[in-house]
Design a protein around this ligand. Sequence first.
Ligand code: GKR
Ligand code: MG
Length: 434
Amino acid sequence: MYGQSLVIADVRLTPVLVADPPLLNTQGVHQPYTPRLIIEVVTAGGVTGIGETYGDSKYLELARPLAGRLVGRDASDLNGLFTLADDVAVDAARVDDSVDVGGLRGVQTADKLRLSVVSGFEVACLDALGKTLGLPVHALLGGKVRDAVEYSAYLFYKWAGHPEGVASEPDQGWGAALDPAGIVAQARLFTERYGFTSFKLKGGVFPPDEETAAIRALAEAFPGRPLRLDPNGAWSVETSLKVAAELGDVLEYLEDPALGTPAMAEVAAGTRVPLATNMCVTTFEEIPEAFAKKAVQVVLSDHHYWGGLRRTRELAAVCRTFGVSVSMHSNTHLGISLAAMTHVAATVPGLEHACDSHYPWQAEDVLTSRLRFTDGKVAVTDTPGLGVELDRDKLAALHARWLDDDFRALRERDDAAAMRVADPGWTTPAVPRW
Ligand code: GKR
Ligand code: MG
């Protein structure tokens, strides 16, 4: 209720390991359990706000001191969060400005890591603020411009199960998908279970001809539906142009066919198929070159690494200015993040492409009730805050798994290591792979 203190009295951090199916990507395969961090911000007024972000150690190492320094500050001081996080990062001995270019989320820098941590705290503060004021998070961002947010089915090549002998949760009836027929069957399940009407296929797993055939099969099975293919930069410019020419009549867009802005610009210059990215434009600093070179037509934000919901709106404003579309990509996440994604997406004008979400792949959650997709959409709630509630028993169970020594190796997400369990000789392929 208005008038209650927003001073932060306590911050709880709970790392968890969440079950994940054996989804294939260019780096390897998803581990049977993926780390996430659940953040609770408790105000002196007795309100608890919740947030979620990546849970690998490097994120925890920043989140812990930040949590300590937040106590005594005001949950509404969202700008202050960023300066505080900068101070914490400077003090944290192990955080340097080293750069890792090998990931699926573009260039990894210490700055991006900081923003990813801050994003979870920002969402928790917004949730606390909204609950205190009796307002939904979308209202704190200026108000929703739509009542439901559309998501696309996120199709993956997939084994039927994790390798024999590896502890994992039962498959939720998805089965294997290793060829065009398997991908179409998976897409049908997505439509039956969630009503999705657009489809994104994670590529970069099989030779481009096989993935082209899978998209063709989808186009035949679902005529006129928006289709996307995302090989996470695994292709050369030449291969990208060949695929674009072959699939130009059915693709909504190609997502990160080639790695990096110069290569994407070359592809964009040679095709009319729009290019989308969550790899070459992942920070504001990367925008000028990419937009000047007309390398991308759709920027896929992810509030986790763009630094939260308000910065996602800032990104959308910059994109609008330059006539570039904006939508959302995702990584393995739980319902708190889906709620946050839905609130911010509800406030972005002119969202022309369905957002993507891994949520259907996560059978486990830390919420009392799961968010629902109806006709491929999540309804935008007007319940104060994010409109979701933490289930303490579920949280405790997933945290107990994180604490369990048998699962210690999985505290860091490493898709290449997970692949080596099945294929000991596997190394992350050099790019371009094809
Ligand atoms: O979960 O395997 C995956 C995805 O490849 C993810 O890591 C990417 O970040 O979904 C993402 C994408 O669109 O590139
Ligand atoms: Mg992508």
